[in-house]
Write a protein that binds this ligand. Structure first.
Ligand code: UDP
Ligand code: MG
Length: 333
């Protein structure tokens, strides 16, 4: 039963307060890919914050095929911080798949998703947990400024979200990343979604639930380099749009109709002119322009069909989202 339903059916709807005590488990899902410079600082900061909540907690690190010492450092830390759990993926599957793995393995009553580079300020966890106690199922971080991102990244990101929201039926709130805290019921819903191409921001929005924003200023990366270069972001954007909208596919019907209409008008004009003024041979330039233009339009349409077909291909293969090579700290290992 969701919180809203509960609130409607029980008499104590005024204080829909959830308890955070020793019987509560808080999971933090952290995807890591070559983050040897950041993991230690992350654990040192987040551990005490979680300890301060009085609840039980676990840090579920998903190693997304790191080739550096990330896993070694985590394993070393595990000897003193038994709350650290590690899902080691067999190769780099990408952040989205790593998140899916983390959500699968996290068993908390609430689950937060965080980057390891401190760009998602750990201090916000307390606020998010407070929201959860008030009965919100999702508390998502919202950046009030993105100065830490370059100008081009902010511009392209802004454009992308505008476009996405105008054609998708599950709009993503502005300036919201993956950083959020979710109730168990939300995580269960996410884990049930079967798709292989996982555009997490879109899926988070699609599942719905009672949500609230927690504002913060996004700091610069603690150490190391961003793993998202422009080509990767472009492909990410394509995944997002093709997973949540068929507008790019359907638009071609209208482009075709428009071109047909214009052709009809132009054709009528040519016929009239020929009838009235006789045959007129020149026309090489207009012919060439038309052929090239229509060829381009058709290839574009085909390309877009290809984008979707390619993703359908991935979905029907039904390969697992990720392969866990080794687990540390889980009962099932
Ligand atoms: N990450 C990952 N797999 C990847 C790329 C990134 O697990 O293939 C993790 C990375 O270790 C970090 C988080 O995703 O914890 C966010 O990555 P990054 O900081 O590079 O992205 P940005 O903040 O620049 O968007
Ligand atoms: Mg980052």
């Amino acid at each position: 039963m969701t919180t809203t339903q509960e609130a409607a059916t029980t008499a104590v709807s005024a204080d829909m307060v959830r308890m955070v005590d020793a019987g509560t488990l808080i999971s933090i899902v952290v995807p890591v890919f070559n983050e040897e410079e950041s993991v230690l600082a992350f654990i040192k900061v987040v551990g005490p914050i979680l300890e301060g909540t009085g609840a039980n907690w676990e840090l579920v690190f998903v190693d997304d095929g790191s080739s550096d010492r990330t896993v070694d450092i985590l394993l070393a830390q595990r000897t003193t911080v038994p709350q650290i759990k590690i899902v080691k993926l067999s190769r780099n599957f990408g952040k989205e798949a790593a998140l899916a793995a983390g959500l699968d393995f996290a068993s908390g009553d609430m689950v937060a998703v965080m980057d390891v580079d401190m760009q998602d300020p750990p201090e916000l966890l307390a606020q998010m947990i407070a929201r959860w106690r008030e009965g919100y199922d999702i508390a998502y971080g919202r950046r009030v400024q993105r100065d830490s991102d370059g100008f081009l990244k902010r511009l392209t990101a802004g454009r992308f979200y505008k476009l996405f929201n105008s054609i998708s039926d599950a709009p993503i709130p502005d300036n919201v990343g993956d950083f959020r805290l979710m109730d168990r019921s939300v995580v269960d819903a996410l884990n049930k979604l079967p798709e292989r191409v996982r555009f997490m921001k879109g899926l988070f929005a699609w599942v719905g639930f009672k949500s609230i924003a927690v504002d913060y200023e996004r700091p610069a990366r603690l150490a190391g380099q961003t793993k998202f270069r422009y080509w990767r972001l472009w492909n990410f954007a394509l995944d997002g749009i093709t997973s949540f909208s068929t507008v790019p596919l359907r638009i071609w019907t209208y482009v075709g109709l428009l071109i047909a209409l214009v052709s009809f008008v132009y054709g009528s004009y040519i016929i009239m002119r020929t009838v009235i003024f006789g045959v007129d041979v020149p026309g090489y330039a207009s012919l060439l322009v038309l052929i090239l233009f229509l060829g381009g339009v058709q290839l574009m349409g085909l390309g877009i069909i290809g984008e979707y077909l390619g993703r359908v291909f991935y979905e029907v293969k039904q390969r697992p989202l990720y392969l866990a090579e080794k687990l540390y700290g889980f009962e099932r290992d």
